[in-house]
Design a protein around this ligand. Structure first.
Ligand code: SF4
Ligand code: SF4
Length: 420
């Protein structure tokens, strides 16, 4: 057995906890999780059944922690986990899982398959069976501060552009501001309009906010690849900067996994509660709306539109009603998809899939689910609140030659701000 495989199996020994044991023991093999997973529904390939993706770890758990499993291993009825097997499973655990959580919603015995896939990735990453592109993204985050290689100088250039464009100052390192804003790598590199939208909205609402030059990146590549130590390091940067600036809250941007990593997993990763709140940008905007501080004018009239619920923000994050409240302000004709809200279908690119080049063909196959949803509605505009969903859907729309524009909800609100 290779040393790296030994390390990976040791990680599984550490992370296989009571909930995982109970999930493995209680599976009734009903197959309902298969019909909830877009990699299965769009390919019909049984290897993409969520519980099947966990088979090597399930066998390892039996061999280590159950009497029958131990006996079976001793008499040669249960094979040890090998590097070859994990390399094969890497395609199932990384390329065909976005950690969207839809399978966990339908399991009749309450198995949280997403939770288990996260644990499986922990052992896979340490044993050297995670995709090369995700290893690169994590390395860039640790060494440069961002998975796409963006540095603070990139953000500074964006700040200069936003200030010239809006006429409003973008505050940096302002101690005592109410909110500290972080951005995803996608927003820094691909969607610079996001920062400008925040500057305009916060100016109108009279919000005090700041960026930190020590922690501008929200994306947590450590969570995506499945290495808790790295995830902790990335979260710690944000925590240290926010506590140094004494802000009341950190605003998680339009990025699903950033929200999960910081709001739900962050305190557990660093081993203590934060001294600030973590709040998603849609929650902030909806709060401003409810307080009468967000004033919009006019609606996008000319076309029907729909909202794509980002899995980590809506299903796993609980931010369900806020985007709909905001859309009522700016959309004249909003049409909901058949499966929307907490049961919406993933874009197909979350959980590191969009950053994983070798998964591209599969990602486009999975996108057929979103394509069908859009065609059923006949809309030409899809609004969302996750930059990774946005990029994945723009790629899918281009790949299938569709005529649908993808918009950011925050940017759409900013486009309809009432004139002062
Ligand atoms: S988390 Fe989503 S993508 Fe992953 S197995 Fe479950 S349904 Fe499929
Ligand atoms: S839905 Fe739950 S019980 Fe059914 S096969 Fe999947 S994990 Fe097992």
């Amino acid at each position: 057995m290779s040393a790296s495989l030994q390390r990976g199996l040791n990680v599984w020994r550490e992370v296989l906890d009571a909930p995982t044991a109970s999930f493995f023991s209680s599976c009734v093999h009903c197959g309902m999780c298969a019909d909830a997973c877009l990699f299965y529904t769009e390919t019909g390939d049984p290897q993409f059944t969520p519980i099947h993706k966990l088979k090597p770890m399930q066998r390892f758990w039996r061999q280590e922690y159950t009497l029958l499993g131990r006996l079976a291993k001793v008499v040669g009825l249960s094979e040890p986990v090998t590097d070859e097997e994990l390399e094969q499973w890497s395609r199932l655990v990384y390329d065909s899982c976005t950690l969207c959580g839809r399978c966990s919603m339908v399991c009749p015995v309450g198995n949280d398959l997403t939770y288990m896939i996260r644990k499986m990735r922990e052992g896979m990453a340490v044993s050297g069976h995670s995709p090369e592109d995700l290893v690169g993204a994590v390395t860039r985050t640790v060494e440069l501060g961002s998975p796409m290689g963006a540095k603070w100088s990139t953000v500074e250039a964006q700040i200069r552009h936003v200030e010239a464009d809006t006429g409003y100052k973008v505050p940096v390192d302002q101690e005592g501001a109410e909110y500290m804003v972080i951005m995803s790598a996608m927003e820094v590199i691909n969607y610079p309009e996001f920062l400008g939208s925040l500057a305009r909205i916060f100016h109108q609402a009279g919000v005090t906010w700041t960026l930190s030059h020590e922690a501008f990146e929200a994306t947590n590549a450590g969570i995506q690849i499945g290495v808790s130590d790295l995830a902790k390091e990335i979260v710690s940067r944000i925590v240290n900067a926010a506590e140094k600036l004494k802000v009341k809250a950190v605003i998680s941007p339009e990025c699903g996994h950033a929200f999960t990593a910081l709001r739900w997993e962050g305190p557990n990763l660093i081993g203590r509660p934060f001294k600030f709140e973590v709040i998603h940008i849609l929650e902030v905007l909806d709060k401003l709306r409810a307080e009468g501080r967000l004033k919009t004018d006019g609606k996008l009239e000319q076309t029907p539109m729909t909202f794509h619920d980002p899995c980590q923000i809506v299903r796993r994050g609980g931010v369900v009603q806020q985007p709909r409240n905001l859309l009522k302000l700016v959309a004249a004709d909003l049409r909901e998809m058949t499966d929307h809200g907490v049961m919406n279908w993933c874009c197909g690119g979350g959980g590191g899939v969009s950053a994983n080049e070798r998964a591209e063909e599969l990602k486009f196959k999975a996108f057929k689910r979103k394509k069908t949803q859009l065609e059923e509605l006949g809309v030409n505009v899809m609004v969302t609140a996750c930059a990774n969903c946005r990029t994945t859907m723009e790629d899918g729309i281009e790949h299938y030659g569709m005529n649908v524009e993808v918009k950011s909800l925050t940017e759409m609100v900013a486009e309809h701000l009432a004139e002062e």
